[in-house]
Design a protein around this ligand. Structure first.
Ligand SMILES: Cc1ncc(COP(=O)(O)O)c(C=O)c1O
Length: 387
């Protein structure tokens, strides 16, 4: 059993979460539960493999060995019942860089790209930074539970100027694990209207109670791509390799042309390859334990809110390690909520308004950390709400 309560001090490692708070927060002394990585050490099997690779001492130009694909394919098969083919895999530096490349390669300036707010804010950035038009298919929220507005999606997908949907599955920040039925409806709408379906499944390994349904198990649609990454699953965001599956050959070639030939991106880092392969091959037990700990953290937050702050409501945590908390019951939203969290409670969270206007009553708490940190965060909020 891994000991997740044994907090590893990350300060002084140049990590964004603890060492680079000033990039986002001007206030000093905040407790950080913001950016989406974990405060847990990665699985020992991956650390040991990387240690041995580092000991070799030569880090020259590198190709992807077959074992890299095989370890990922094995994981997708045994954990998600998804059979992936070797030729589908293209590596990218990050999922966000892949999303940018998809937008650039398969839409033109001025084309509409659909997203479903509130959503991970780089989705919006990669549309606007590439001079495409943001088309929002706002999620429907009812008592803290989010669903897709299919009527609106149908109508927006049918407009010829709209070309692509960036689907967040599972959805950050609203904690939804989309069901097979919901995903089938999304696929149906996209395929009837020729819309590129780019599924960001980076949170696929953090689905609680239900199962994650990989969109690739439901369709052979030729305009589909699925973005996955060890960055969330194994806490490897800094290793900078994401695995993108593009079943259609022409689409894959165009993605590769844009990424490698035009931009020179070949993200084959020898240390990352070694660590990622080992994690996917041997990290099952570690992930199961991490998930259990995170699940208990969600339960802890739920119980704490019910006992001490019943006016705050947590969205049912179907997926991700990011608790989505509604502050409207205490009359806080937008900039007021921001100044309360930073100025009074002194916690660094992702304030909901960055994910879209409908998120402004919310704050996102990253619970992939030691439970004492989660408790301290909630204590700070409670004590200052009471004042
Ligand atoms: C939905 C989603 N996609 C992508 C990312 C970032 O992944 P990467 O660092 O590989 O770009 C995140 C990180 O929080 C995320 O939540």
């Amino acid at each position: 059993m891994y000991d997740f309560d044994k907090m590893t001090d990350r300060k002084g490692t140049s990590c964004s979460k603890w060492d680079n708070m000033s990039s986002m927060f001007t206030e000093k002394g905040l407790l950080p539960l913001w950016i989406a990585d974990m405060d847990f050490r990665c699985c020992e099997e991956a650390i040991e493999a990387m240690r041995q690779r580092v000991d070799h001492g030569i880090f020259g130009y590198t190709v992807l060995p077959d074992s890299y694909f095989e370890s990922i394919a094995g994981w997708m098969q045994r954990r998600h019942n998804w059979t992936v083919r070797k030729e589908w895999l293209v590596t990218s530096v990050t999922v966000v860089s892949a999303l940018n490349i998809f937008v650039q390669a398969f839409t033109k300036p001025g084309d509409g790209v659909i997203i479903q707010k509130p959503v991970y804010f780089p989705f919006e950035e990669c549309i606007q930074d590439n001079d495409r038009r943001l088309v929002n298919n706002e999620l429907i929220e009812k008592e803290g539970y989010y669903t897709i507005d299919f009527e609106d999606l149908e109508e927006k997908a049918a407009r010829p100027e709209n070309k692509m949907l960036l689907l967040c599955s599972p959805h950050n920040p609203v904690c939804r694990a989309w069901t097979e039925e919901e995903l089938r409806r999304v696929i149906d709408i996209c395929s009837r209207n020729g819309i590129y379906l780019i599924a960001d499944e980076i949170h696929m390994d953090f689905v609680f109670k239900a199962e994650h349904v990989p969109v690739g198990t439901l369709t052979n649609y030729s305009k589909l791509a699925v973005c996955t990454s060890p960055s969330k699953t194994f806490n490897m965001a800094g290793l900078k390799m994401a695995n993108i599956f593009i079943p259609d050959e022409a689409m894959r070639k165009e993605f590769t042309r844009r990424s490698k030939s035009q931009c020179g991106i070949i993200p084959n880092n020898p240390v990352s390859i070694t660590g990622i392969s080992a994690a996917y091959a041997k990290g099952d037990k570690w992930l199961d334990e991490v998930k259990q700990y995170i699940w208990e953290n969600f339960q802890f937050v739920d119980a704490y809110l019910k006992e001490y702050m019943p006016k705050l409501k947590m969205t049912s945590p179907e997926a991700t390690y990011l608790a989505w908390i509604d502050f409207s019951g205490v009359g806080l939203s937008g900039l007021e909520l921001r100044s309360f969290l930073r100025g009074k409670a002194r916690v660094a969270l992702d304030e909901g308004m960055v994910f879209g206007k409908s998120g402004e009553n919310f704050a996102r708490i990253n619970v992939a950390t030691d439970r004492t940190v989660v408790r301290e965060c909630l204590d700070r909020i409670r004590d200052n709400l009471a004042r």
